[in-house]
Design a protein around this ligand. Structure first.
Ligand SMILES: CCCCCCCCCC(=O)SCCNC(=O)CCNC(=O)[C@H](O)C(C)(C)COP(=O)(O)OP(=O)(O)OC[C@H]1O[C@@H](n2cnc3c(N)ncnc32)[C@H](O)[C@@H]1OP(=O)(O)O
Length: 92
């Protein structure tokens, strides 16, 4: 079975890339993952990332991880990304 942290990394990467595409530079503020069914090691899965809403600096994304045919739901996620400036990255 795949480790929950490895699954979280996959989800953070996909939803973070999606949020960056929509909103520019962002950081993950909240990642809420419900693990519904285990992911067998070595299996191929589908990640579907969707914009829920944008409110000011906040970009809310949802993401489902399913089997490739969509029949098995492995995880459901809601994520919040906050738009940041370069000074935030430098600690300002
Ligand atoms: C192309 C390649 C792309 C690759 C993408 C990969 C994406 C991966 C990105 C990451 O994993 S980043 C690393 C993990 N994340 C962090 O380390 C973030 C650590 N946290 C922070 O740096 C700051 O808390 C953060 C930038 C997220 C927010 O700080 P700010 O000072 O900019 O915002 P502030 O705390 O003033 O909050 C602004 C608003 O957001 C809300 N907010 C902030 N954090 C929240 C939270 N966790 N949950 C809910 N709401 C939150 C906050 O309540 C407020 O709402 P209102 O404007 O309505 O009052």
């Amino acid at each position: 079975m795949s480790m929950g942290g490895a699954i979280a990394t996959m989800i953070d990467t996909v939803t973070g890339t999606h949020a960056t595409f929509l909103s520019g530079p962002v950081m993950t503020a909240n990642l809420n993952i419900n693990y519904r069914r285990p992911i067998p090691l070595g299996s191929t899965v589908l990640l579907e990332s969707s914009l829920e809403k944008k409110e000011g600096r906040k970009t809310f994304i949802t993401c489902r991880v399913t089997s490739t045919d969509g029949s098995k739901l492995h995880t459901e996620t809601s994520a919040l990304f906050l738009s940041i400036t370069a000074s935030h990255l430098l600690g300002g």
